[in-house]
Structures are given as C-alpha cells and as structure tokens.
Design a protein around this ligand. Structure first.
Ligand code: EPZ
Length: 424
C-alpha cells in the first residue's frame, strides 16, 4: 500500500493571482439545509474537498439524487425522494459535520438517528448544546449502540440562550425551526459568515429569519421551503491560508474574490506584522505585499468577529519567523496546539502553557518529516515548509484534503516548490 505525502522545498517569494474556492464550512451546512426542501436544488462555486464528498454520500444514503460537475464546480441535489432519517456511524466517524443534518431531519420527519460524532484531534467536541436546545423544544433522546435516537413529534418554538455561540448548534437550531409554526429566538447565537450564508439560503427558500443585534437570531416558522439555486461564498479560511503563504515567503499575492469584509481582525494583524494589505472595491479582494522583516504579534482566538481559530495554526507558522515574541491564546478548542511539536521539529522556538503558545521568532526554519494532525495544522506545516531550508515531507495528507480543494497545485502555480508524492 503506498503512502501519500507532500514534499515541500524552500521556495522563492510566492507571487501572482489566485482564484479562491467556495467555503467548505458554508457548503456543508447548506447541503444539510436542502433536506428541508422537496425538489431540485443547484449549488455553484462548490469546493470538492473530501468533506464535501462525504456529505454527498450522506445525502445519497438518505435518498437524495446528486449530480456532480467537478469542472463546473456545481452540484444538483434532488431531495424529493429522501426517505431515511438515519446517519450511519461510518459517515459520522469520517466527518463530524454530519451532525448538521439533525435539525433538518427532525423538521422533515420528526425523527433523526445520528451516530455519536465522538471527538477529534482538536478537542472532545460534545454536542450537548445541540441536544439541550432540542430538548427544550420538546424533543426526546435515547442512545443505543453508538446512536442517538431523536424523537420530536411536535417541537415547540422557544427563546433559547446558548451557553456558547456554537456554530453547529446555532445552525442546527435554525434548520430545526425554519418550518416550525411560531417564533424561535436564539440568544448568544453564532454569527459566523457561514451561518449568515445559511440564513441567506433559507430566506431564499422562503424562510423568515432575521439577525438582530446583539447576536440574536429570530426564526419565524413557515409551512414550506422551495428548492433554490445558490452560489457558495468564497472561503475566507483558504484566503487567509494563501495570504499567509505569501507572507511567510516574503511574496506578493492578489486574491480578487477574497471576502475582506469577513476577514477584518485577521487582516489587521497582518498589517501589524508589517505586511502591506490593499482591499478591493466594496471590500472584495485582498492584495498583500509582504514585508521582509515581519514583526511579532499576539492574539487570542474567538468566535466571529474575533480571530478565527481555523487560522490560528497557519498564523503561528508565519510568526515562527517574525522578530520578537508572539503570544497566541487558543480559546475555542481545548486541544488545538498539536501542530506546535511539528513546528518545533523544523526549528521553531515555541513553548506551551495550557492553551497559550509563546513563539520567539527565529531567523531560519529547517525541513523535516512532519505529520498533519488536522486540516489547519496541515496548512501550517505546508506554509512552514515553503520557507524552510532543505525539504519537508508531510504525512497526514488526508486531513489537508478534507478542508482544501487542490491547495497543492494552487501553491505550485504561485511559485511554491511543492508536490504530492507516493511512497511504496
Ligand atoms: C465549526 O465547528 C467549524 N466546522 C470548525 O471548522 C470551526 O473551527 C468551528 O466552527 C469554530 O469556528 C464546520 O463549520 C463544519 P462549535 P463546530 O460548535 O460547529 C464546544 C475546520 O477546520 N461545543 O462552534 O463543531 C466545542 O467543543 C473546522 O474547518 C460544546 O462544548 O464548532 C468547541 O470547543 C474545525 N458543545 C466550541 O464549543 C456543543 O454542543 C466551539 O464549537 C457544541 C460545541
């Protein structure tokens, strides 16, 4: 059996223009929301990373008919014949986002059987916020053999305060109540751009959902939702990773589609490091001219609009070569500093105390054999490899492929010395 790995060599400053893919974390939840319709839906600007393939397979297992056009980046999903409300263990084990169909299935069938998602390398990742909200609406839950059996003959609208602005719980409650007669309010809701994109899609289907300040989402139930055509928003996390690839190699890059409006805190930290950032008209499009003397900066990860936890690892890679001391406090996930030991193998000076990493900038990194432990850790190691002397080999490639659509050829097209290899 051959092992796939990525080989990276110290690269010239990356330069050029890159086309962004659609946002993984938007398309996954939007695909789950299509279960609320009965008919043909069309999604465009779809990224074909591994997680999207898993979600396609999940919808097909529930009875959807899916037409894929990878070249065009489109998906046509016919939900007319959906007949099952059971999410198999093997799918849930592969992709935690499978939990996002729970709300839609409860709304469509009054029932849902989902396998317990279990934790992943970045944390325990329980679903208690999801279950607590649905219980308050009248749903009952029982577990047997790795499955949660959810019954909700008649959900009732509620005003619910989330203990934490969880992305997934907010999305599941919205999808579980869009067809529920009456008014549901979610207080302390997540307002991540991907959640707002879901709300835009549901309102396009005919839902009545409003976002009220502060972080309150109001859902006025409707009797039915119609199939839609929708273009998936561009991926702010891919945009951030590519901008950091240019930053760490001292390059220059344009991302004409970058959703700058939803990247404010991240872009301001790049400027604080000394990089020159120019925004396109209407806050669409970002150009970076990297400084050759990046400065250290400190931040803590937070729910939107704070610094996104999904860019913490790639940002850390860039700070390894910034002069001075950077302090990163990871507040969203309890185990999202696993990439530190891999960066240390490459000569980075990083110490950890609890959820806080302190990085003292070094002049050089050196190639090594490293292992990606999750999607964003993979991106961080690729970035470090582009700036490190000698060559780096990275395994755990399946993590990277789960979250990014063709990032290796994209970096190569910008001058990155990077390729996917197989070892017998
Ligand atoms: C979404 O995960 C994203 N995934 C994650 O992206 C992202 O890191 C995360 O939001 C935060 O922005 C998708 O959208 C598919 P949460 P989600 O519920 O919904 C705890 C990537 O790299 N929690 O906001 O699972 C949880 O353990 C991925 O693309 C509970 O305790 O995130 C975490 O510590 C990784 N109980 C915190 O809340 C619950 O019921 C935030 O989780 C739910 C969550």
């Amino acid at each position: 059996m051959s092992t796939e790995y990525i080989r990276i060599e110290k690269s010239q400053p990356l330069s050029g223009i890159a086309q962004l893919a659609g946002a993984k974390n938007a398309v996954l939840v939007i695909m789950a929301s299509l279960l609320l319709t009965e008919g043909k839906n069309k999604l465009t600007n779809v990224p074909f990373s591994e997680d999207i393939r898993h979600m396609i397979r999940l919808l097909e297992m529930l009875g959807a008919v899916v037409e894929v056009d990878k070249d065009m980046g489109t998906l046509v999903i016919d939900t007319t014949l959906i007949s099952s409300f059971r999410v198999p263990v093997e799918i849930m084990k592969r992709m935690r986002a499978s939990i996002l169909v729970m709300g839609s299935l409860l709304a469509r069938f009054g029932k849902a059987e989902v396998a317990l998602p279990g934790g992943c390398s970045i944390g325990e990742r329980p679903i208690d916020y999801h279950l607590k909200a649905f219980s308050k609406m009248g749903a009952t839950f029982s577990t047997s053999n790795e499955y949660i059996h959810c019954n909700a003959d008649k959900l009732r609208p509620i005003t619910h305060i989330l203990d934490y602005p969880s992305v997934g719980a907010t999305e599941n409650i919205i999808m579980g109540t869009a067809l529920l007669k009456g008014t549901t309010r979610i207080i302390n809701a997540s307002v991540e751009p991907e959640v707002l994109d879901l709300i835009e899609v549901l309102n396009k289907m005919g839902a009545h959902i409003r976002v009220l300040a502060p972080a309150t989402i109001e859902i006025e139930g409707v009797s039915s939702l119609e199939p839609i055509d929708h273009q998936i928003m561009y991926d702010r996390l891919e945009a951030g990773s590519l901008l950091l690839a240019a930053a760490i190699t001292g390059g220059e890059l344009s991302l004409p589609d970058a959703p700058a409006r939803s990247m404010t805190v991240f872009l301001s930290l790049l400027e604080e490091m000394g990089h020159s950032i120019t925004l396109g008209d209407n806050n669409t499009g970002v150009h970076i001219q990297a400084t050759q003397e990046p400065r250290a900066v400190s931040f803590k990860t937070m729910p939107y609009p704070g610094f996104p936890t999904d860019l913490q690892a790639p940002m850390m890679a860039a700070l390894c070569l910034a002069s001075g001391k950077s302090v990163i406090h990871e507040t969203v996930f309890e185990n999202r500093l696993v990439h530190v030991r891999e960066l240390q193998k490459m000569g980075a000076q990083i110490s950890i105390e609890g959820q806080t990493a302190t990085i003292v900038g070094v002049d050089e990194l050196y190639g090594a054999a490293v292992i990606a432990s999750d999607i964003r850790a993979g991106a961080a190691l690729v970035l470090a490899g582009l700036a490190a002397h000698g060559h780096t080999t990275m395994t755990g490639v399946h993590h990277l492929k789960r979250g990014y659509d063709a990032i290796v050829p994209k970096l190569a097209s910008l001058g990155g010395r990077i390729s996917t290899q197989f070892e017998e």
